[in-house]
Design a protein around this ligand. Structure first.
Ligand SMILES: Cc1cc2nc3c(=O)[nH]c(=O)nc-3n(C[C@H](O)[C@H](O)[C@H](O)COP(=O)(O)OP(=O)(O)OC[C@H]3O[C@@H](n4cnc5c(N)ncnc54)[C@H](O)[C@@H]3O)c2cc1C
Length: 442
């Protein structure tokens, strides 16, 4: 089925930006742009800047030689996608002329406009983009730590952790209980824990039919709840037990013991997990907090431009930023990245920038050939309580009881979306030719 590219902003990635190569040289040509973090947000900004405006001096700082995505990792964990297909090299981005520095940003001196790297090198900037994703509040759950995550994986960052969770699932005895601990909002990928419950339950149903899956949720409600609960009842009635917090019982996980699999909630419920998937509360990536860009956990930004409200000439985007109702997703991070690249170029060209317009869609697999989705467009405006923030419009959401054909179409969209987004972020930067601009970013 052909995908509606314009609807999902696929048409405005690096390939779209490639059409701008012929644009006149800009006033800020040669300006130094440093981007921290080569993930969905940071890699998008770096590639888009360089392709739109080849005269810019763009440096992307990323410690890893390749990026292994967390997005779409649930498909792998459920046995529906290859692990190898989740990893991507930076060669496409380098080919645009972006300077890749495989190092870790250690500190930022916003007054001197300098980034210090772990290697000791200093990088000066005219504009800084900070997109380091998330970090975890390791002290939020007693007994949980980076070491404990080897036994009780969070799998909330891509790579080894996703692999560990799948391995442990395969090794688990039939009849064991898988427990998924879900934190309060905000966290990366709001529907992710429930999609994970579905794909694991689907695996259990086939491979370990005596097993169960228990969700211990710190929240009272969750994203796409009606459609997810419909799927739980339809496919996994005897497998998934959903425990949402309520006024009486708080199912926030407060203590774990990796040695024996014991898990305790705030309300005092204890249970033994054969496999515990503990998703801890999260914060902006450490470098964003250390640079003084967070307040206290996430980074406030101007909703129009994603410019930090705490440091001049610095932008924060992706999961680290406070984007109000706009979910922390790869789709959002990519959309924000395109917007920030355009904004920086406009600023350097001393042009009046267009208001920022962004978009998100999150697909969730609930069973083979069945997926659901949620999405909206976002622009700066007034939120309830007279707060200025990103206001959604044109929102849509899957509903319970949709036809099998409709759901299969959404499932196919999800599987088409992943390689398309990856192509846009990591691979097509150097290629010419482009679809038309959609108005969301040049
Ligand atoms: C299980 C799961 C499923 C998901 N599914 C989806 C989905 O279906 N759709 C969707 O849109 N999103 C999904 N997401 C969410 C998505 O993965 C994130 O929202 C997205 O990756 C955020 O992009 P980012 O650029 O902010 O962070 P990241 O993609 O995490 O990139 C951050 C990068 O910064 C680097 N970095 C960190 N600190 C430093 C430093 N000090 N110096 C230099 N570099 C640094 C990291 O190495 C990393 O490469 C899912 C997430 C999970 C956990």
């Amino acid at each position: 089925m052909p995908i509606d590219l314009s609807r999902r902003q696929f048409g405005v990635g690096l390939a779209a930006a490639a059409s701008m190569v012929a644009a006149p040289a800009i006033a800020g040509s040669g300006a130094k742009i440093v981007v921290i973090g080569g993930g969905a947000g940071g890699a998008t900004v770096a590639g888009s800047l360089k392709v739109q405006s080849p005269g810019l001096d763009v440096t992307l700082i990323e410690p890893h030689q390749q990026y292994t995505s967390c997005f779409f990792s649930n498909a792998y964990i459920g046995g529906l996608y290859d692990f190898a297909k989740l990893s991507h090299r930076y060669t496409g981005i380098s080919a645009t002329g972006v300077r890749l520095v495989h190092d870790r940003a250690q500190s930022v001196d916003a007054s001197k406009k300098l980034v210090r790297l772990q290697s000791g090198k200093m990088l000066p900037y005219d504009r800084l983009v900070v997109a380091p994703g998330i970090d975890f509040k390791w002290d939020a759950i007693e007994g949980y730590s980076q070491a404990a995550a080897e036994t009780m994986p969070h799998a909330w960052r891509g790579g080894d952790q996703s692999f560990t969770l799948r391995q442990r699932l395969e090794k688990m005895d039939d009849g064991g209980t898988v427990v998924i601990a879900v934190p309060k909002m905000p966290y990366r990928c709001p529907p992710g824990p429930y999609e994970r419950a579905c794909v694991i339950a689907n695996y259990l149903r086939q491979a370990k039919p005596k097993s169960k899956l228990v969700i211990l949720d710190a929240k009272m409600t969750f994203s796409k709840q009606a459609a997810f609960q419909d799927a739980f009842a339809h496919y996994y009635k005897d497998i998934i037990e959903l425990n949402l917090s309520n006024d009486i019982d708080d199912f926030t996980v407060t203590r774990v013991d990796p040695a024996d699999g014991e898990i305790r909630t705030k309300a005092g419920l204890t249970m033994k997990a054969a496999l515990a998937n503990i998703i801890p509360p999260q914060t902006a990536g450490a470098i964003a907090r250390d640079a003084g860009l967070a307040d206290p956990d996430w980074c406030p930004v101007d909703p129009d431009s994603f410019a930090s409200t705490r440091a001049p000439d610095v932008y924060v985007l992706g999961d680290s930023a406070i984007a109000n109702e706009m979910p922390k997703s790869a789709f959002s991070a990519h959309s924000q990245g395109l917007g920030v690249a355009t904004r920086i170029i406009d600023e350097l060209e001393m042009k009046r920038p267009d208001p920022g317009r962004y978009r998100n869609t999150c697909w969730s697999i609930v069973a083979p050939d069945d997926a659901i989705k949620i999405g909206a467009d976002y622009a700066a405006g007034e939120l309830p309580g007279k707060i200025r923030g990103l206001v959604p419009s044109n929102a849509f959401i899957s509903k319970p009881g949709e036809s099998a054909e409709e759901r299969k179409a959404v499932y196919d969209e999800a599987f088409a979306w992943y390689p398309t987004l990856i192509e846009q972020i990591f691979k097509t930067g150097a290629k010419a030719g482009s679809p038309a601009k959609t108005g969301f970013a040049r």
